[in-house]
Design a protein. Structure first.
Length: 667
């Protein structure tokens, strides 16, 4: 390498260049110029004349170094002769630009490196310490090599690189960086400025785009367009391009021909075609759109109703203009198979995770509710004093004496020997009762449950127990019990002749109807939707048996009860007339004189209807087994006490068959 520094201050005669050539020819490659010249002795001219004829290039480099006061490091590969014809004088700055042009013509370049400038072959300069910039400066030399980063707004970098490569000078570099849609060029400033004029002309909207039609064989055009749009939009966002850059590729689905209409550049068109060829495939076995789900607890028909509401609600929200993420696609079709309690679903693959999650949360075992009911009528003239105790139920032993005030009797075994009800205790007339609690107090006596009330009043003539149903139903399912008879009601009568009469009858239920729908909350509170109806025939004022008259009392309400607590609803008063006739047989039937041997009395009877309800939540098999055990023990007690005559008869038959002696005692 040869290091050249500015010479001393002197003006060399015209023969100096020849002397320098001879000196360079017989000297070492590295010659520091400060050994031959003194900087202080040189006068920098404002304009110089550059006129060389077949001069060694290293002599020319030394001349420029002396003229511009720049330090050069010359590569050993720098060889050749230079011829410059310049009749006019040039400024120092213009002389240096001529110097860079001469080097460029001979395949050499200058690369600044700190305080020195390296002169090396141009191919090496592309990868050396080259200045990198986004734009050229006004004072830059045209033949200086720089690296220019060129961001594109609309054109595709790959396609533009392919177009510009033939226009790039030999030894220059033009690269495309697809991720940010940029070009990277390493060349002289003059070459880059020439390329920039071409790039500015091409980099405009919708230039170089073409329309293509891509027919599909298996995929759905509309759905594939959504997929492609998502991919290319995400790619544009990752590049951090301008908003217009996201429109490099435009898709339109033609549902009639199941094809995709594409507007894109040639490079993007090829990229989309390759992607469509990959996606337009027939689904493999196992990825079919139809699936069957067998439900374990929920009803398939009810589940279909719920699942169909999901896309319906989404579509309604879209029509109202509300922006919300899509839940399911519109092509979801759900049906139920009642015989197998299963769901048949036809949907897209991406819809199944949502549907499976909803089905798993709904197909769960539901709790049940065991409801003990007591429907009874009480003579209003006697009345009842019903209260409640807000405490845990107490057990009653056989040795405990429990009695009613005003009854005049006590019972040793439960409440089986109660006589009459307290005369001074009466309920307010009308619907005024809705009592809650574990223990129900009637007439000053606490009853632990409904069965105790039944045992206490089953022999009281002023208390008529109509029904004691016990229901076990699933949560939110209606339980219905009907006790009565089907009575014919004449609806139409017509006579076709004197002897032929045709009548039409309609049968209606007369009796007790109880409908209960329970709902359980988290705190084991039970909401009961109760409908109770009592219908009975009017047997007193029954003039025409074909057209009977009925009395109806009805309760419809919703109440909330704690688990194992009781509720009482009542106050439905019925007024009926009673007629009692006492007579002496035969004599009382004599016309006229018969009134001396008979007595006829009429009176009014008023009864109040009460409904007792005690719900018990059954959440698991252990609770169900506990209730079953209680009922078995209750049946055993009734059997042993002889309260149920049928059990006693069965026991007697068993003794006869076994040859054991009969016993009149109850067990």
């Amino acid at each position: 390498m040869t290091v050249l520094s500015p010479p001393v201050r002197c003006f060399m005669p015209a023969l100096i260049p020849v002397i320098i050539v001879l000196f360079v020819s017989f000297s070492t490659p590295l010659i520091p110029l400060h050994t031959a010249f003194s900087q202080e002795d040189i006068n920098e001219p404002e304009h110089v004349s550059i006129d060389f004829d077949n001069v060694d290039i290293k002599v020319f480099i030394k001349f420029i170094s002396r003229l511009t006061h720049k330090n050069f490091v010359v590569d050993n590969r720098i060889r050749g002769n230079v011829t410059i014809i310049s009749p006019a004088k040039l400024s120092v700055k213009d002389a240096y630009r001529v110097f860079e042009s001469v080097l460029d013509i001979h395949g050499f370049s200058t690369v600044e490196s700190g305080e020195v400038i390296k002169i090396i072959p141009s191919p090496n300069a592309r990868t050396d310490n080259v200045d990198t910039r986004l734009m050229s400066g006004p004072e830059d030399a045209a033949d200086r090599i720089v690296t220019r980063i060129i961001p594109l707004d609309y054109a595709d970098s790959d396609e533009l690189q392919r177009l510009l490569i033939p226009l790039v000078p030999k030894g220059s570099v033009m690269l495309s960086y697809r991720d940010t849609n940029m070009l990277i060029a390493t060349a002289t400033i003059a070459s880059i400025e020439r390329l920039m004029k071409i790039i500015t002309t091409i980099d405009v909207p919708n230039i170089g785009k073409k329309i293509s039609v891509l027919p599909l064989q298996h995929a759905d055009a509309a759905k594939l367009v959504n997929t492609l749009s998502t991919i290319f939009t995400a790619r544009s966002q990752d590049k951090k391009q301008t908003p217009a850059a996201g429109d490099l590729v435009q898709f339109v689905a033609d549902e009639r021909t199941n094809a995709i209409v594409l507007l894109a550049s040639e490079v993007e068109t090829e990229r989309v075609e390759r992607l469509v060829a990959i996606l337009d495939q027939q689904l493999p076995k196992g990825d079919e759109r139809i699936r069957v789900y067998y439900l374990e607890h929920a009803s398939a028909e009810d589940m279909v109703t719920v699942l169909k509401e999901i896309p319906a609600q989404e579509k309604k929200q879209a029509e109202e203009g509300k922006s919300q993420a899509s839940i399911l696609s519109r092509d979801v079709n759900i049906s139920a198979d009642k015989s197998t309690n299963s769901l048949i679903i036809m949907a897209e693959k991406e819809d199944y995770p949502v549907l499976e999650e909803v089905i798993a949360k709904l197909d769960i075992p539901r709790s049940m509710v065991y409801i003990e009911c007591l429907i009874m009528e009480v003579n209003v003239t006697r009345g009842l004093d019903i209260g409640t105790e807000w405490r845990t139920s107490q057990g009653f032993s056989n040795d405990e004496k429990v009695g009613f005030s005003g009854f005049g009797a006590t019972g040793d075994s439960g409440f089986g020997n109660l006589g009459s009800v307290a005369k001074d205790g009466s309920l307010p007339k009308g619907f005024s009762l809705g009592v809650l609690g574990r223990n129900i107090t009637i007439g000053g006596v606490s009853f632990p449950d409904i069965q105790a009330i039944v045992r206490a009043f089953q022999s009281d003539k002023d208390v008529h127990i109509l029904s004691t149903p016990q229901l076990l139903t699933t949560e939110n399912e209606e339980a219905v019990i009907t006790v009565g008879k089907n009575v014919p009601f004449q609806t139409r009568s017509a006579a076709e002749s004197a002897t032929e009469v045709y009548s039409s009858f309609e049968y209606r239920d007369v009796g007790i109807t109880l409908k209960i729908t329970p709902q359980i909350s988290k705190g084991r509170l039970v909401r009961l939707n109760v409908f109770q109806e009592l219908t009975k025939l009017d047997t007193v004022n029954q003039n025409n048996p074909d057209r009977p008259t009925t009395f109806k009392r009805q309760i419809e309400t919703a109440i909330i009860v704690e688990d194992t607590h009781s509720v009482v609803i009542g106050g439905l008063i019925d007024e009926s007339m009673t007629r009692t006739e006492y007579k002496t047989p035969c004599l009382g039937d004599i016309p006229g004189l018969g009134w001396a041997f008979k007595n006829l009395s009429e009176g009014e009877e008023r009864t109040n209807l009460y409904v007792f309800l005690t719900p018990r939540v059954v959440k698991n098999p252990l609770e169900a087994a506990h209730i079953l055990k209680e009922k078995k023990e209750s049946v055993t007690r009734d059997f042993n006490s002889g309260a149920v005559p049928l059990y006693k008869k069965i026991d007697e038959i068993g003794r006869k068959l076994s040859g054991k002696p009969e016993s009149s005692d109850s067990f």
